[in-house]
Design a protein around this ligand. Sequence first.
Ligand code: MG
Length: 455
Amino acid sequence: MPRLFGSNGVRGVVNQELTIELASGIAAAAGYVLGREMAVGRDGRTSSPMIRDAVVAALLSVGCNVHDMGVLPTPVLQYLIRHLGLDGGIMVTASHNPPEFNGVKVEAGDGAEVSKETEERIEELYYRGEPRPVPWDQVGMETDYDGVEAYIDAVLSQVDADAIREKGYKVALDTGNGVATLTAPQVASRLGCSVYTVNAEIDGTFPGRGSEPTPENLGALKEIMKATGAHMGVGFDGDGDRSIVIDENGVAVWGDKTLSLVADWYMETHPGATVVTSVSTSAGLEKVVEARGGRVHWEKVGSVLLSRAMVELGAPIGGEENGGIMYGPHLPARDGTMAMALLLHVMAERGRPLSELIAEQPIGAKGRDRIPCPNELKEELLRRLPEVADAPEVNTMDGVKLSWPDGRWVMVRPSGTEPIARIYAEAETEEKLVALIDEYKEKADELIKSLKKKG
Ligand code: MG
């Protein structure tokens, strides 16, 4: 039984891997497992209406009532599920993947993606060809619901809107032709910001800079920031849950640093809180959190694991190094628009520019790379790597992470889908970082070569 769920839902190329049969099979099983009242939403991809129709038909056929939320960002659907007390929902999206992809993310009633255990139950039912359709008089009802305004109000209620308005910030937003276009500019504008946008038409072919924001493809955003003197820039991914922040000098800020800043700000008034993050995040976060009497709960890489841990532990803050802040009082899931509003709040409250606030975070230079690694050698690579390293601390929570007392660390983590191993690292300076990554690329490469010879 091959796994259908990847790290964020079921995804694939439309009409090849991700067919209407697969989407409807997953939807029917999800409705059966989660309950009767199900929300459905979709992103702006050209194939999303087709997949949405398959999902809705499947849910109705197994007796679920469908609350169709229309086109919206993933975190808006998640918020509405929790806010309206629904049993769960399905978001039709392939997040940041190229336009030929689509997918379904299955959401639980608590506003986060379902757990691995629930995914497995859904897969099991799917492979058994269950559930069966209900008799005609038990078929579900469909209603439309437009909840974007309620969501925007909810985001605004989490920050001191008056304090932000007083500052009259200029904010530049690159929504990447994705659905963050429906929320981020509106929230910034209601916070009294002058808003400048790029790629702000929803277009499922993602003609602007593609659906994944990276420090390299946000050139147009940086140009606008320069021309307008913007205080902050934000680039969003295709379904609006992840974002990359640019400071007022045009420098892209790693997710670790914004997470550290938000955690520090929150814990000023809520000391002792638990912060959830993945093992690829900077150890510097721990310094910030412990200084405020709290603790960091480390998880394997993957936003769903972080969300589930937040729910389980009641943790108010979570986040990933790739730019997904999770603010529990609002939603235990990544939300790019909420992250933007929070950063504006922290800037206003502390009355200082973003670059200064970020520079205070005790987080070094971070980078990542990858090397080819045959699937059959991945396990052996992880087992042998600590033997050729001189690291006093070895952590095997996810791949293998080697740490030194001066704050340097390297993590090697094989891809679950491709014949490669990813290398993540942190060091005090950019120079030391490059040297560290090169050293471990070479070490891993040599190990793989010797394993190949032996094999
Ligand atoms: Mg996404």
